[in-house]
Design a protein around this ligand. Sequence first.
Ligand code: ATP
Length: 461
Amino acid sequence: ATVSLDTIASLAKRRGFVFPGSEIYGGLANTWDFGPLGAEVKRNIKNAWWEFFIQRRDDMVGLDGGILLHPRVWEASGHVEEFHDPLVDCRNCKSRFRADTLLEERLKISVEGLSLEDMSRAIQEHQLACPVCGRRDWTPVRQFNLMFRTFIGPVEEQSTRVYLRPETAQAIFVDFKQVLQTSRVKIPFGVGQIGKAFRNEITPGNFIFRLLEFEQMEIEYFIRPESWPETFEHWLAEMASFLNWIGLGADRIRMREHGPEELSHYSRRTVDFEYSFPFGWKELCGLAYRTDYDLRRHQEFSGEDLTYFDQERNERFIPHVVEPTMGVERLFLALLVDAYHEEPAVDVNGKPYTRVVLRFHPRIAPYKAAVLPLMRKPELVERARDVAAMLRQHFMVDYDETQSIGRRYRRQDEIGTPYCITIDYETLEDRAVTIRDRDTMEQVRVPISRLVEELGQRLAA
Ligand code: ATP
């Protein structure tokens, strides 16, 4: 049975993973802050991604492009023209919806190939009731561009109007020439980037699934045009093995091929990795074959030569790209849902209770270990603090001396800490501690002198 989104959101709030944004001011709808534990998880996701896709490969380099780019970039990329969703308003209660979602979810009509007029007509003909107020008085369907706009310098000045980037990819194309010139890369090679992206989504929601502001981890992998089919297969396999590497259950992931009508303006083939979220199978991340669309357009719009010279073949061409893209927060949500388990258990006093445990992969868990003195006695506390200080040189470690040991175990289970290390009176004599395994709840005794090594091995296993 899948956990409900409410359960996940309330655990996330209670334990400091995700807070509603600007809460002391009454909140700002659909914005979120990542608390102390959420910040760790996001860092772990991003570090894992960077290690897996950039550090461990000899054909990848990184980039950290700006959020603000020249406005022409978004004309060249097609985002000014194409990056919009169909919008419809209820005239009565002023609620605003994505017309395509309304048609698909309420009327079960496929929107593939429908024009704005077709959508307006379908809404009329089916007498669609507003999901909020129940009335049937709709505006015509119109396009709504998802890019956030802002200004550099005095607001009056037209020429300084810029967009917050809706995807990180474009900086990679814009800097393509400079990466070539400075890093001696040869095709095939990729450029990877992690950073914020912004989309003025009409219907954000489902907790942190669809956000206005989120982080993307994107790769543009540059290839010769004819090699795209096998490159595409390679990256499908790489993405699947990354998801597995960070502990996401394969049984809740499936691949879905985009139909011809569904493809974005730049793509010739797209496959989504979908995850079985509490609200259904939804896109987790995706792979797109963007052809040479972006480099060609930037060459045209900028007037710069963006070709690549293949020395072996003595040939000049515009590289094609295959693009694996992932959203940090969406992965975070999938990891939370995947990790969440409830199970019957018995506490240290023999009392039954429902154990809530986040079975995060150690790579993702915010704390790798928690150090717990059995009781709040000065001699135990002092030794426990020393142990925590020693471990902190190597891992993110929590330290907790409040409440009963049983409650402290429960807290660590609920935040997914793989190992609890207990310091008791015996420790003072034998210089050993107890390691409790989150998943098996087994306890073993380990000398303090071997603790770093023991934990390191267990976490890497
Ligand atoms: P959707 O169909 O859900 O709107 P998309 O197909 O527009 O998404 P892409 O443009 O392919 O998404 O973006 C790449 C990745 O960025 C997505 O797979 C997702 O993980 C993430 N992402 C996209 N939009 C959002 C958003 N509004 N909030 C959080 N993550 C997002």
